[in-house]
Write a protein that binds this ligand. Sequence first.
Ligand code: TRP
Length: 326
Amino acid sequence: MAKKKVILSGMRPTGKLHLGHLVGALENWVALQGEYQNYHLIADYHALTTDQRTENIYKNSIDMLVDWLAAGLDPKQSPMFRQSQIKQHTELHLIFSMLVTTARLERNPTLKEQVRDLEMENVAYGHLGYPVLQAADILLYKGDVVPVGEDQLPHIEITREIARRFNTLYKPVFPEPEGKITKFARLPGLDGKRMSKSVGNTILLSGSQDAITKKMRTAVTDPQKLRKGDKGRPDICLVFAYHNKFNPAEVPEIRAGCESGALGCLDCKMNCAKHIVDALAPNREKRAYYEQHPEEVTDILADGEQRALKVAQQTMSEVHSAMGIG
Ligand code: TRP
C-alpha cells in the first residue's frame, strides 16, 4: 500500500473559532482526513508573537481543540498537539533560522500587515522568525500539503525555500510542501470586511441558535436597498455570499427576489441564519459531548502529543545525520 501523503496544519490558540476558520480551513482538514495522514498543531508559541501574556493560552488551546473535534476531526486518525510540548519544534526552528536571511523575512507580507494593523513600532526577533517556526512545524512531520487560509501562503513559500536550502546543503530530508486554500477562502465578516475576531464581525462556531440569529441581524447589506421593494445587488452583499456557502439550493431564487426587490433583507437574513444553524447542528452535538467529557479532551491531547513526539524524534535523527552532527 502506498504511503499516505501528509497534511500538517495548525492555528494559534487566540480564542473561540468562528465561521471563517471553519470555511477557510477546518472543513478542508476534515474533508481530507482519511485520504491523507493529518497532523494538527496548536501553535501556542506562535501566539506569543503578538501577545506575550500567557494566562489564557492553556484554556484557549483546550477551547480550540474542542472546536476542532466538534468540526469533525477524528483524534484516532489525526494527532492533535501543542507545539510547546514537542521540543523538536524549537530545535528545528534554530537550525532553519540559519538557512534564511533577515531580508527575506522582512519582505513577508503577512508580517507587514500585522505590523500595520497592530500599530507596532518594532518587531520582536521571534516575530520576524514566525515563518521559520512555521516551517519547522510543517517539515518536522514532512508535511506535503498545508490547508490554510490565503494569508498563510507567503509562509508556505518560505517553508519551501527553507526545505530546498536544507536539502541541497545537506541531504534531501524534506518535501516541498504545497498550500491548499478552500473554495470559500474569503467568506466576508458581517460588516463586509475581512472576518476577524478583534473586529467582532464574526459568527462563533460555539454560538447558540439565538446568538447566531442575533449576529446575522447586524449584517450589513446593499446600502442602496433600504426597504423591501427596493432592488438589491446580491453580488455585493455578504449575506448572499453566506447563502452561496450555506444555502446553495435557494441561491437562484434569492438572487431573483433580491434583484426584483420582492425579497426584503431581514427575511433574507433570517433564512440565512436558519441555514447556518442547521449546518452547525452536527457540530453542536459533538461539542455538547466533549463539553460534558472534559477529561476525554485532555486525554486526546496527551495521546496526540505522544504520537507527534515519535514522528518528531524520527525526523530530527534524520536531520542530525544529514548534517553529520549528533
Ligand atoms: N500561522 C498560522 C495561522 O496564523 C498558524 C500555524 C502555525 C500554522 N504553524 C502552522 C498553519 C503550520 C499551518 C502549518 O493561522
